[in-house]
Structure formats: structure tokens, C-alpha cells
Ligand binder design. Sequence first.
Ligand code: UDP
Ligand code: MG
Length: 165
Amino acid sequence: AVPIYGVPGTAKERTFIAVKPDGVQRGLVSDIIGRFERRGYKLVGLKLLVPSVALAKEHYADLSSKPFFAGLVDYMTNGKAPVVGMVWEGPAVIKQGRVMLGATDPKAAGPGTIRGDYCLSIGRNICHGSDSAESAEKEISLWFGGRGEVVSWASNNDEWVVSDN
Ligand code: UDP
Ligand code: MG
């Protein structure tokens, strides 16, 4: 069986993508989901939640010494809007997910990327994506630990989307 965090380097590679509270508040959930869906990536996990402070701190543990950490955790957890957490599956989805999001600072994000198309400020950059296989494993396990929360399924489009001939 495929572990919930997928198999990096294969068509079963998985990544954690989130629409942050500003993206939800601004009505960008469907656009962000649609970009991944239309490209051919497969949705295998989806939930709406206000994350706990403990979850947000663990998710961003690498940044705990940064001056913006307290504000970042508050932004993610204060409940002014929820977060949409997702697991997406497909070839190179970790790397390509990051490419589709665009640069962390939207002022440097190119047009055609999610951040480049919809936002302006590093503190309100509307989306998250795992930055490596190690991060994807950690983040999928953290946000989707529960039984059955990540679903392996065969799409009828698979043969039209994934092939090296
Ligand atoms: N962040 C911030 N101020 C900064 C740098 C980062 O508020 O000066 C926030 C921003 O929401 C960013 C998140 O911290 O998306 C995580 O930072 P990271 O460097 O991991 O960027 P990402 O992986 O999200 O592109
Ligand atoms: Mg990051």
C-alpha cells in the first residue's frame, strides 16, 4: 500500500498544498484547486479547518526563531477564516506545486503563478506548498494523520495523463 505521504519520484508522489486564510477569505479556493485539477494532478486529501496553535507552530517549526513567527501563527490560527488543506498526487507534484504557487514573496512571483496572479505581500501570500519530499512527508502526516483522510484512488483519466510511452 502507498503510504499517506506518497512515493516521491513516482506518479504516486504527493505534496501538501494549503489555501491560507487570506486565500479562503478572498474566494480563491476554487481557482487554486482548479489549477491543480486541470493540470492533471489528483486530489487525494481535502479538509477545511481552523488549525490549532500547536499545529501551526509544528507546521512552521523551522521558522520559530524568525521575527514574523508570532504574526504568522496568529494569521493562520485566529479563525477570521479557515485554512483549506489538501494532498495532491502526481508526477513531480512537490516541485511543480512550488512552481505553480510562485515565489514566497509575491512581489517576486511571476505572472501565471498563483501568488503572481493574486497577491502582493509576503505576509498575505494566500497559499502553501511543501518544499521537499521530507517536508511533504512531515506536513501530510501532520495535517492528515487520521484514518482514511488521504484516499488512494484510480482516475479514469490516468491513462490520458500519465505515460512516458
Ligand atoms: N513569511 C512572512 N514573512 C516573511 C517570510 C515568510 O510572513 O518575511 C510567511 C509567509 O506566509 C510564508 C511563510 O512565512 O509563506 C513560510 O515561509 P517560507 O520561507 O517557508 O515560504 P514558503 O515555503 O511558504 O514559500
Ligand atoms: Mg516553506
